[in-house]
Design a protein around this ligand. Structure first.
Ligand code: NAD
Length: 270
């Protein structure tokens, strides 16, 4: 049973990411549904939250008044407006967690005031299935205990690491954009299976389950991926023939370059 958080949570913006987080926190038992508050200009989104037991409020200010940990889950262009709107109602007890991509802590401080407890989180889409790889950094008056609360919450829906804000672009380049690289890889592996004669649906499921199982082996054993690769490559066997072809095509460099290109782009955008 994961640790429980006794604080009331508020979601400003009840879209896809907010729903994934709120559902995950509740389903994993980290918070009780009736301690979760939300607001969203779209009634259908508030209704989604109500259906899993959360309370919907009429305004962003009401969410701020009724919660202690506030998630800013609006699109990045609305973060400043929302912070200015709720600024007067933020006390020194509130923790404000932004999941908006590319909005630095300095910009949050400009809008909310530099006496606020601010946290910036970079989640990724597997959050939608309870398997996020996230990173966070603390700003303003946020302290380690605030970081621990955010860590407990996100560990219920995957995993989270604390990093310096200057590394968030690298996090964006690796885990933020990473699901797309893995989707490309799964699609290509499935294409390979089809080219070799497998039906498409079987090929796709074999490819996805292979990625899932291999990732689980890395996480569960803690072994270096190279050591796990060596364990399955027998002399003059099939696997080393495939690995040789990956090396010949520069697959390793392609992944490294993809992470660097996305990191550079994240730096340009923030
Ligand atoms: P979304 O469009 O599903 O949700 C945003 C919600 O905010 C919408 O329901 C919208 O109606 C609501 N909203 C708009 N203006 C508002 C306002 N003034 N006050 C309150 N609510 C308002 O978007 P999403 O995909 O859930 O993304 C939310 C945030 O998460 C974004 O900032 C994005 O950068 C970040 N993020 C998303 C992903 C992802 O993969 N989707 C990954 C990392 C970070």
């Amino acid at each position: 049973m994961p640790e429980q958080i006794s604080k009331k949570l508020g979601f400003i913006g009840a879209g896809q990411m907010a729903e994934a987080l709120a559902r995950g926190f509740i389903d994993k038992g980290v918070v009780k549904a009736d301690t979760v508050h939300c607001t969203d200009p779209v009634p259908a989104r508030r209704e989604v939250f109500e259906r899993f037991g959360a309370k919907s409020e009429n305004s962003n200010v009401d969410v701020a008044k009724n919660s202690e940990v506030i998630f800013l889950a609006v699109k990045p262009q609305y973060v400043a407006t929302v912070l200015k709107e709720i600024k007067q109602h933020l006390t020194d007890q509130h923790i404000v967690v932004s999941i908006a991509a590319g909005i630095p802590l300095a910009a949050m401080k400009d809008s909310a005031g530099d006496d606020k407890r601010l946290v910036r989180v970079m989640p990724n889409t597997p959050c939608l299935v309870g398997e996020t790889a996230s990173a966070m950094c603390l700003g303003g008056k946020a302290n380690d205990a605030d970081g621990d609360i955010v860590k407990t919450l996100f560990n219920a829906v995957g995993t989270i690491f604390k990093v310096d804000e200057k590394l968030l672009s690298a996090v964006t380049g690796l885990s933020g954009s990473g699901p797309a690289y893995v989707f490309v890889m799964i699609e290509a592996l499935a294409d390979g299976g089809v080219r070799a004669g497998l039906p498409r649906d079987i090929a796709q499921q074999l490819a996805a389950q292979t990625v899932l199982g291999s990732a689980k082996m890395v996480l569960d054993t803690g072994k270096h991926p190279g050591a796990l690769k060596d364990m399955v490559t027998s002399p003059a066997g099939t696997t080393i023939a495939g690995v040789h072809e990956l090396e010949r095509c520069g697959a390793r460099a392609a992944f490294i370059n993809a992470v660097l290109a996305a990191t550079t782009r994240a730096d340009e955008l923030s």
